[in-house]
Design a protein around this ligand. Structure first.
Ligand code: 13P
Ligand code: SF4
Length: 305
């Protein structure tokens, strides 16, 4: 079936099933195109919570759909590709976190939303890349356990120097690979470009950035800036909307490795299949859900960076 026909069928079926199609900023162009809402992790969690639709089709990765299921238990949450995970989220286990907590009983656990529901349930408060600094500042404890991203953790530690920060050693394989040489080369070739970077990049990369922000923060920055050229330090799915919203501006991708294989799994056929079969459904056991919701609710009540 051709793409236009598939898109039409998805839209029709979504209307029949009272479904909201949401897509993360890293999804394939055609998936972002059919979505009712695109956004970063924080925005999508908030949309999931407030929608009055009875079904949420979450085009993203597992932890994102799980967050939707935690926040909106009365909705059916579908993840078109059950195998779309996040390697960083898999780098922390409940047992590992419990051990670390025992070693630091006086610390508050601040967990990046890129984590399983079970790990969130062991945490005091969650954060995303768009509110991490405000969340860390809002915590009264002097000691923080920052889980699971060491790069986001080090970024928080630098911005919140009055707290002792202990970082879990997880990382995003896509962002962590971005090399200083690649940025230096892009900067040399485009000296008039501003470099925007996601906080999942290494500290050495963040040192070189003009602006550090979440994926949605990059749309705001590129649109509001008077600059004409930007070096993009995040996954390449972000380019679709960046280019569409800024047709006269130029976006430079500094590396061919800026691709998250899990975010690219979902295709139009998968979205259609999941609406036809109403699966795979994402659910969270009620005891875990209630604990994880507390950590997410605290995050949602915190200010944005
Ligand atoms: P955002 O919160 O910026 O959307 O990032 C999510 C993510 O997985 C980045 O790799
Ligand atoms: Fe996980 Fe990295 Fe993919 Fe984001 S880009 S979903 S952190 S692997």
């Amino acid at each position: 079936m051709n793409q236009e026909k598939l898109k039409q069928q998805i839209k029709q079926l979504a209307a029949e099933k009272d479904a909201l199609l949401i897509a993360h900023n890293y999804e394939r162009d055609e998936i972002q195109e059919i979505a009712d809402i695109t956004g970063d992790s924080l925005a999508l969690s908030m949309e999931a919570e407030k929608t009055d639709k009875s079904v949420i089709v979450f085009c993203g990765v597992h932890f994102m759909a799980e967050s939707a299921a935690i926040l909106a238990p009365d909705k059916t949450v579908l993840l078109p590709r059950a195998d779309a995970g996040c390697p960083m989220a898999d780098m922390v286990t409940v047992e590992g976190l419990q051990k670390l907590k025992q070693q630091h009983p006086d610390a508050t656990v601040v967990t990046y939303v890129n984590s399983s529901a079970a790990v969130k349930a062991e945490s005091d408060i969650c954060c995303t890349s768009s509110n991490a600094i405000s969340v860390a500042r809002s915590v009264s404890a002097k000691k923080l356990l920052l889980v699971p991203d060491r790069n986001l953790g080090r970024y928080i530690a630098k911005q919140v120097p009055d707290k002792e920060c202990i970082c879990w050693e997880g990382y995003c394989p896509t962002h962590d690979k971005l090399a200083v040489e690649e940025i230096t080369k892009a900067k040399n070739e485009h000296p008039d470009a501003l470099f925007m970077a996601h906080p999942e990049c290494t500290p050495e990369i963040l040192e070189l950035a003009d602006h550090i922000c979440s994926t949605s923060g990059m749309y705001e920055y590129a649109s509001n800036s008077s600059a004409e050229k930007f070096i993009v330090g995040t996954e390449n799915g972000i380019l679709w909307r960046l280019k569409m919203e800024n047709p006269t501006k130029q976006f430079i991708v500094p590396s061919t490795n800026l691709v998250c294989p899990d975010m690219k799994l979902t295709r139009l056929e998968d979205v259609l299949n999941c609406l036809q079969n109403m699966e795979p459904q994402i659910t969270v056991a009620e005891d875990i859900r209630l604990k994880a919701k507390q950590a997410l609710d605290k995050m949602l009540a915190a200010p944005r960076d």
